[in-house]
Write a protein that binds this ligand. Structure first.
Ligand code: SF4
Length: 143
């Protein structure tokens, strides 16, 4: 076991600010380093749901390189608690993809530019807002 709610910080491009990632679980075994993100869901996750959410873990992968010795495989997984009448858990592997810092930076760059231009679309939710570090600065909670 390497970390639970492990905070990773790092820069992935010179024109972007430092990023903060909080990885739910990091562990290592004979197969390599494993990064796990836990989710809750009202329904079972399938391949398409994993694909939709995968970029989050691929960003974590790029930011966690320093945990892995050179050549160590990094494996990404979602642990999903399915909240139905009889709850159950899924452990789902994220397929390997050709993901690198510059490709992730292309995704993040327009968001950073929008932030710099004060473009703000708050998306309040019970789960998101309760632990949000920006709540005291958020227009959705200014009144
Ligand atoms: S408090 Fe945070 S999570 Fe909620 S709407 Fe504002 S920025 Fe988004």
């Amino acid at each position: 076991m390497i970390g639970v709610e492990e905070k990773l910080t790092g820069t992935i491009a010179d024109d972007l600010p430092d990023l903060l990632a909080i990885v739910d679980l990091i562990y290592q075994d004979d197969a390599g380093l494993h990064l796990v993100d836990f989710k809750t869901s009202r329904s079972k996750w399938g391949d398409s749901r994993v694909a939709e959410a995968a970029e989050q873990l691929r960003l974590y992968q790029v930011m966690s390189q320093h945990f892995a010795e050179h050549g160590t495989d990094i494996h990404l997984h979602f642990g999903v608690l399915v909240k139905v009448k009889s709850p159950y858990a899924q452990v789902l592997d994220v397929p390997k993809a050709n993901m690198n810092s510059s490709r992730i930076a292309e995704t993040i760059r327009p968001i950073w530019h929008a932030i710099q231009m004060d473009v703000c679309y708050p998306n309040p939710s019970m789960t998101g807002c309760s632990g949000c570090a920006y709540r005291d600065r958020c227009p959705a909670h200014s009144g």
